[in-house]
Design a protein around this ligand. Structure first.
Ligand code: SF4
Length: 77
């Protein structure tokens, strides 16, 4: 019996963080990967669409992070 849901390994789910102290609104993340990245209506800074990136969007998330000229996006892991 599996009472603790240990069959679900949540440690493998990718997360993406943006450092808003570095983000200046180039929108390159959004241009490269709009399924993962959005832009704030207020100031144009980066908004991450997901707390945890669906596996189908992992490659796109990395592509968008690589596109940021300010290196403001961190991909975990
Ligand atoms: S490309 Fe970088 S600086 Fe530009 S909006 Fe995206 S995270 Fe911010």
């Amino acid at each position: 019996m599996n009472a603790d849901n240990s069959s679900i390994d949540r440690s493998v789910l990718m997360q993406v963080e943006v450092d808003l102290g570095k983000c200046v609104g180039h929108a390159q993340c959004f241009a490269a990967a709009s399924a993962v990245y959005d832009l704030s209506d207020e100031d144009g800074t980066c908004v991450i669409r997901y707390a945890e990136i669906p596996s189908a969007h992992e490659a796109e998330a990395r592509h968008g992070a690589d596109a940021c000229p300010e290196r403001a996006i961190t991909v975990i892991p």
